[in-house]
Design a protein. Structure first.
Length: 178
């Protein structure tokens, strides 16, 4: 941020856009709704979702790796193993940063988040596949590590590593589902 500066001698000046964050997210929401500047499309359950690679790669290790090797042309991504409702909610999560999910839908939603490696919801790949050893070297996970991953996926709660804040929605509000 900008600190106090003595600008009497022609020193460095800090110019700060006070509502940058809110303006940025409002505009991001607007370009998503208008479907402008989209450079990829996701196909899921017979529907097509125009998306922005920058947003998806920022929010998902899965998409980040895909886009690193993908051609620069408009990309069509087919997601056959994800439910349309879960994808729509995950897209809202990536673009907006929060969603309401019915508790009964949480298990499927979290499985989709794990599959797409959504940051803030899915455990980072390095945490699942590698553990830091005592000597500082990386090693493959131990048996109990694998058991923990399987046990977590069967649980209907947000995993402990998730950075998502979970709270009960006010009465009268509806879950974020299209």
């Amino acid at each position: 941020g900008c600190g106090q500066l003595d600008n009497m001698d022609g020193g460095l000046l800090c110019l700060k856009w006070r509502d940058h964050r809110s303006t940025f997210f409002r505009m991001l929401s607007s370009v998503r709704k208008k479907e402008v500047y989209c450079d990829a499309t996701i196909a899921c359950d017979g529907r097509f979702y125009p998306v922005h690679r920058l947003v998806l790669s920022t929010c998902s290790e899965y998409f980040e790796r895909m886009f690193e090797v993908a051609d620069k042309q408009h990309l069509m991504i087919v997601l056959a193993d994800i439910q349309r409702e879960d994808l729509e909610t995950l897209l809202d999560y990536m673009y907006i940063g929060e969603v309401n999910v019915l508790q009964s839908d949480l298990s499927g939603f979290m499985k989709a988040a794990e599959r797409l490696k959504i940051k803030g919801l899915a455990e980072p790949t390095d945490t699942i596949t590698r553990k830091e050893g005592v000597d500082g070297k990386r090693s493959l996970p131990q048996k109990e590590d694998n058991w923990e991953v399987k046990r977590r996926k069967q649980n209907d709660e947000v995993p402990p590593y998730s950075k998502a804040e979970v709270k009960t929605c006010p009465r009268g509000s509806s879950p974020t589902k299209a």
